[in-house]
Design a protein around this ligand. Structure first.
Ligand SMILES: [Ca+2]
Length: 488
């Protein structure tokens, strides 16, 4: 059975995508050269670090894209650092497909942004540089400590080794409800699942958007029935409640796969019920996050569980642009949900292919959190006059900007979503990596998503769907991973 899954991995074609060039220059000059602008501090202790002449980075759509000022970002970054930056930025929704191809090809960029699950897998496969010694005693470590945020970096250590830096805390998703929709159906924000369902019913059957037509709207949408990455359930916390479709540690310390727990079957029953009644976007299984946002701005639905922090401002701004009432109510978790989940933030990693990891650490990772000009460039879109977010959310930065020019660009009401989230969330665990995990988990997640879709969209009987999951190797792979985790 296992062979079938391995063959798929080998079949992935090699993609000659990247000419890796962690170019350290042809001279052996060990001094650190200062860029023409002199903006990057180079007079510090690391005089033995050679400055790279070029850095290749691979990143998802969380850095400004070509349509949103990427060229300006690149030019400004190069001006500030005096280093040639090569940006590899696949389409956001297929980013991890491309990441997988690049790691299989072995032709790696110098630095890459990885979500927590990929971070642990590639660290375990020795494909990321251990930056522990660079971080230790560095200016960055001092700045992180001064900000009181050391635990956010220390939490990324795997067996005491550090393989990357997260520039922000993980953040998570909170449920936003259009205030005008609640008003139009005469309801308050829900606090229990029953009230939540009543609200979805009203948003689907009445006229919450006030266009005079009953029933031409629906309650809620999300990017998929289950998220692709940990913590998986964060786009639909009201439905999942205590269910978790992946691996977790029980109170006695042993590992289990929540996907086979009874709680998961109950969650599937809730989602299927709401879907069959039309309360959920009928295309939910195919949605990317961009699709959900566009439909929200188009006023198709009223409830959107999405990121806290600066996103509260961004969503309201886009609704306003679209001529839709932009007041959003961010709600605490429902009684049955209890807590929202904070994810482990994506991690910037230096790859094992990089020829000058010390230089890339110093000039790429460390400058990203310089609390000054370079960090500001990562924080705000270089072409926006309203402090639109770039890669780093200023409300979540591990090292805050000394002078934040956009500090007042978010209203108190919008910033409140983050306070509610922070007061009602807990950190998701850093995913583990074992041999069995890296061998099977991608295929296992594919089977899990198929099962969820069959049950919710096609209305297949839950026990039948689980029997098919077993027949396709799901139980075998799940158990192999649980066994490997318990053997650690
Ligand atoms: Ca309507």
């Amino acid at each position: 059975m296992a062979k079938k899954f391995i063959s798929k991995m080998i079949a992935v074609t090699m993609v000659p995508l990247l000419i890796t060039a962690c170019n350290t220059g042809s001279d052996s000059n060990t001094g650190v050269t200062t860029s023409s602008s002199g903006s990057v501090s180079s007079q510090n202790t690391s005089s033995s670090v050679t400055k790279p002449t070029q850095i290749t980075m691979m990143v998802d759509g969380t850095v400004v894209t070509p349509d949103n000022g990427q060229a300006d970002f690149e030019a400004k970054w190069e001006e500030l650092t005096g280093i040639d930056l090569v940006i590899v930025q696949p389409e956001h929704d297929v980013y991890y497909d491309e990441v997988t191809k690049v790691f299989e090809s072995g032709e790696l960029p110098d630095v890459i942004l990885l979500s927590s699950s990929y971070y642990t897998v590639y660290a375990a496969q020795d494909m990321l540089a251990d930056i522990s010694t660079y971080y230790s005693g560095s200016e960055l470590e001092a700045r992180v400590e001064a900000a009181g945020n050391s635990p956010l970096i220390e939490g990324l250590r795997i067996n005491n080794k550090l393989f990357g830096i997260s520039p922000t805390r993980g953040n998570g998703c909170i449920t936003y409800i259009k205030k005008a929709w609640l008003d139009n159906v005469g309801m308050d924000a829900p606090t229990t699942f029953d009230e939540y369902m009543e609200m979805l019913k009203a948003f689907t059957e009445k006229d919450p958007d006030g266009n005079g037509i009953n029933g031409d709207t629906y309650g809620v949408s999300a990017a998929g029935l289950v998220n692709n990455e940990a913590p998986y359930v964060n786009y639909l916390p009201e439905f999942y409640q205590d269910a978790y479709p992946s691996f977790y540690q029980k109170e006695d310390g042993s590992w289990a796969d929540g996907f086979t727990d009874d709680a998961m079957k109950q969650a599937l029953t809730r989602i299927r019920d709401a879907y069959s009644k039309g309360y959920i976007d009928k295309d939910i299984a195919e949605n990317g996050t961009g699709d959900c946002r566009d439909k929200y701005y188009a006023n198709e639905y009223g409830v959107f569980t999405y990121w806290a922090g600066t996103w509260a401002k961004t969503l309201a701004g886009k609704l306003e642009e679209a001529g839709v009432d932009s007041e959003l109510v961010a709600i605490p978790p429902l009684e049955e949900t209890g807590q929202y989940l904070e994810r482990v933030a994506p991690v910037w990693c230096i790859t094992s292919s990089c020829k000058n990891p010390a230089g890339v650490y110093k000039y790429f990772l460390e400058t990203m959190l310089d609390a000054g000009e370079v960090e500001e460039l990562w924080t705000y879109s270089p072409i926006s006059d309203s402090y639109a977010k770039n890669h780093i959310d200023h409300l979540l930065a591990v090292v805050p900007l000394v002078n934040d020019p956009g500090a007042d660009s978010i209203t108190e009401k919008q910033a409140e979503a983050l306070s509610i989230f922070n007061a009602n969330s807990r950190m998701a665990d850093l995913p583990y990596s074992t041999g069995a995990y890296s061998e099977y988990n991608d295929d296992l997640m594919t089977l899990k998503k198929e099962l969820i879709s069959k049950v919710v969209i096609d209305g297949v009987d839950i026990d039948t769907a689980y029997a098919e999951f077993d027949a396709a190797g799901g139980v075998y792979m799940s158990q192999a991973i649980v066994d490997s985790l318990n053997a650690e």
